[in-house]
Design a protein. Structure first.
Length: 239
């Protein structure tokens, strides 16, 4: 497997912006409940959404209201999921996952972000083949070899696909289906991740030319700031 950029760089790319975090979590909980029911025990997507929301200190009452909206108990929910794909400067592939009640507004906002920062919005499937859906669990290990070995042993025993340690971080990769079991096994071993999610991971990274880095970063930032955008994925290595 290609190592790509440092784990710290990938971790940074995965960090959610704090400002609009709860809005995004509420939408994800609502849509997850609508798609798979309101019981997190039988709805893995909802369970993951709740885990992330509670880690960010969302109250149980707020989460329950979002679940009820999704199941139709708390008013109508008309959010739909839309994915946009395109290219940033330097040939960097971008995937934008949105939840919106107004697709016309959302596509206009996403298109504007691309065009303003020298990118191009593409057609469905334009860049998706460059990414794979994986479970990704990060630990801050600071070069602590015994802890890294403990993570490696617990993760592989639970069925993880790969474990990579470098630059003070350890990254555990799983299949989407195996994510929950591996995460639970690691936590049962007394290991607390700093971040855990089922995400899109690029197969290879593109080293962004120095003269394009600012534009790529501005594009990603602008997309992430949009209310309707849940997640932005990129294969750009900004160094």
């Amino acid at each position: 497997m290609g190592r790509g950029p440092s784990i710290a760089a990938r971790k940074g790319a995965e960090d959610a912006k704090r400002g609009k975090l709860f809005t995004k979590f509420i939408r994800e909980i609502t849509v997850a409940a609508r798609a798979g029911g309101g019981d997190p025990k039988s709805n893995a997507r909802l369970r993951l959404a709740l885990d992330k929301a509670f880690d960010a200190n969302m109250t149980k009452e707020t989460a329950e209201r979002a679940i009820k909206r999704g199941t139709g108990e708390g008013g109508a929910d008309n959010f739909e999921e839309i994915r946009y794909e395109g290219y940033a400067p330097g040939g960097v592939a971008i995937i934008v996952d949105c939840m919106t009640d107004n697709p016309t507004r959302t596509v206009a906002d996403v298109r504007h972000a691309f065009s303003k920062n020298g990118g191009n919005l593409g057609t469905s499937g334009a860049v998706a083949y460059m990414f794979s859906r994986v479970g990704q669990i990060f630990f801050e290990t600071e070069g602590d070899t015994p802890v890294e070995e403990k993570i490696l042993e617990a993760a592989l025993e639970a069925g993880a696909d790969d474990v990579i340690s470098e630059d003070g971080w350890t990254e555990v990769l799983t299949s989407p289906e195996g994510f929950e079991a591996v995460k639970q096994a690691l936590e049962a071993a007394g290991l607390t991740p700093v971040q855990a999610d089922v995400t899109l991971r690029p197969g290879t990274m593109v080293e962004v030319p120095a003269d394009a880095r600012e534009s790529v970063q501005k594009l990603v930032d602008m997309l992430e700031d949009l209310d309707d955008v849940q997640k932005v994925y990129s294969n750009g290595d900004l160094g």
